[in-house]
Design a protein around this ligand. Structure first.
Ligand code: GLC
Length: 561
């Protein structure tokens, strides 16, 4: 049963839960999960947009890559105002992606390839084209239809000012006025009205949506904006405004990370547990690292993304501190950590790591100065970071194309930008399209093998040499490194969660895992000696037996022959 309290929750002691507890060996505790942004993965119809049959056709590639599961970003019926995170029907597939039968075929074929499937659920808001929101607009203030969302009267003598000063994550006021004068809340785009999670009908609807997808054989759920959902019922003005990444600053925030969320988490968990299958849910919760364990208690989420490492600069002390925080936080509630470098919301890490540590990578694509970017350095660090994260205990989330070392296409022309952030920020931020440019599969063709026609976002010329086809025939390519690393990871790093820091000299971050294998990363300015043993893999070739700067290697104690 629930254990919510008044005020801020504190983590419960380590649990002996059979399903989350230390020692429970379930796939998600150490899995490698590959994130697919369906619009941009593979296009089977040639219409420029990726689709489900495209994903299906690439299952052999994913199996050979060595991942355990795919997470598919929203594929439901949607106007795609926010790339599908604006869902009009949670039980139907958007016709641009396929249909329900195609989704079922994908789940079943993925299972045949030993790949599990995680779907993305968006409970904080629907699309304004959802039948519930249409009904709410057609109904009167105070009606049952409006109560599924958050409608409020405005302020000022004629109610013409929004109910409070909250701003939307994508920019502008978080409230929009409707014809009869009421306002509705949208923490994201105006086409994404927030649901009212105080309403039992909303809660029951989502129980049913979970069951719908469980019945279709999926193995897990990624929950969008898991730190949203519950709002302060007094709707107070907010003193500070914030962006997507800084969504909780550790105070009693009126809409992020409120304690009431945990009761909802527990309800979903019991729906999952009642399936009797080894299914999981992972939270997208942009909360303070110290608050994350609350989401990971044994009767709540199985996992949460840990964005702390992603947000840290490429520096030894920052990396080490972020790793310690994540391992400690997960251990405090018997969970296992998760690691991620890139996703569909942030600048790809190959480019992020090529910028100076203090550059604001959200504004830099417009503001520059663009000479700051050292793409070669970014690519080198990205490869080292991948080896670092794949050696850590816990699970790792890989974003499509990172195995190819794709850079962020930060210089997309303004007239192709599709992300609502571009318009809603008043053209101050280009948004997230640069990390969503379709995958290159071949060295030529109108969209480098993405589809038979051109792609919905233009790909740069550099994608030819970064394509799967090009990298498959190049020894030492990023793709080859990911394949080898994932294969080695399964043998060296997933059977237990033991982890110890070791001293490998100044500038070196190094740790040993239960198998005896060590991971060493050189954050220092010059090439350095590795601990004794056999080098199994390195992110850049060793030079005279030394590990170059911004490189990583895995080493086993030698002397076995
Ligand atoms: C999450 C998604 C992001 C989306 C937002 C609103 O942060 O990852 O892509 O825009 O939620 O649904």
């Amino acid at each position: 049963m629930g254990n919510s309290r008044n005020g801020h929750d504190t983590p419960a002691p380590v649990s002996t839960s059979p399903s989350n507890g230390v020692g429970a060996s379930t796939w998600w505790r150490h899995g490698a999960v590959y994130q697919i942004y369906p619009r941009s993965f593979a296009d089977s119809t040639g219409d420029g947009t990726g689709d489900i049959d495209g994903i299906r056709s690439r299952l052999p590639y994913l199996r050979d890559l060595g991942i355990d599961a795919i997470w598919i970003c929203p594929w439901y019926t949607s106007p795609l105002n926010d790339g599908g995170y604006d869902v009009a029907d949670y039980r139907a597939i958007d016709e641009r992606f396929g249909d329900l039968a195609a989704a079922e075929r994908l789940v079943s074929d993925a299972h045949d390839h030993d790949i599990r499937v995680i779907v993305d659920l968006v409970p904080n808001h629907t699309s304004s084209e959802h039948r519930w929101f249409r009904a709410a607009l057609a109904a009167d203030p105070g009606s049952r239809e409006r109560d599924r969302y958050i409608f409020r009267p405005g302020r000022g003598p004629d109610g013409s000012e929004p109910p409070n000063n909250w701003t939307a994550v994508f920019g502008g006021s978080a409230w929009k006025r409707v014809d009869d004068g009421e306002w509705y809340l949208h923490l994201f785009d105006p086409t994404q009205p927030d649901l009212n999670w105080e309403n039992e009908e909303v809660r029951a609807e989502f129980d049913d949506i979970f069951r719908f997808w469980l019945d279709r054989g999926v193995d897990g759920f990624r929950i969008d904006v898991a730190h949203g959902l519950v709002k302060d019922a007094s709707f107070p003005d907010l003193e500070v405004t914030e962006g997507l990444l800084e969504s909780n600053r550790g105070f009693d925030h009126p809409y992020w990370d409120r304690d009431g969320i945990h009761e909802i988490n527990r309800r979903w968990r019991s729906v999952l547990d009642s399936s009797g299958r080894d299914v999981m849910m992972v939270a997208e919760a942009w909360v303070q690292p110290t608050r994350l364990p609350l989401y990971l208690r044994p009767d709540e989420y199985h996992q949460s993304f840990n964005f702390d490492f992603l947000a840290a600069p490429w520096q030894l002390d920052d990396a080490r501190a972020a790793i310690d925080r994540a391992i400690d936080a997960a251990a405090s509630v018997g969970s296992a950590p998760t690691w991620v470098l890139s996703n569909h919301d942030v600048m790809r890490h190959t480019t992020r790591y090529g910028l100076p540590a203090d550059a604001n990578w959200r504004e830099w694509p417009l503001d520059g100065p663009h000479e700051l970017l050292d793409q070669e350095l970014g690519t080198r660090r990205a490869r080292a970071a991948a080896l670092l994260l794949m050696a850590l205990p816990g699970s790792v989330y890989l974003y499509q194309g990172e195995e190819l070392g794709l850079p962020d296409v930060w210089d997309l022309p303004l007239d192709v930008l599709d992300d609502p952030v571009w318009e809603n920020s008043g053209h101050r931020q280009k948004g997230r399209d640069g990390c969503r440019v379709p995958m290159p599969w071949t060295t030529d063709g109108p969209s480098y093998g993405f589809g038979a026609g051109s792609a919905w976002l233009p790909q740069p010329d550099s994608f030819a040499e970064l394509s799967v086809e090009a990298q498959e025939r190049t020894g030492g390519s990023s793709l080859t490194m990911y394949r080898s690393a994932l294969e080695l990871r399964g043998r060296l790093f997933t059977s237990d969660e033991a982890f110890d820091w070791i001293d490998a000299g100044p500038g070196m971050l190094a740790f040993r895992r239960g198998s005896g294998a060590a991971c060493v990363v050189n954050f220092g300015p010059s090439a350095a000696r590795l601990p004794d043993g056999d080098v199994l893999i390195s992110s850049t070739p060793l030079v005279d037996g030394l590990l170059p700067p911004d490189a990583a290697a895995w080493v086993t104690p030698g002397g076995h022959d």
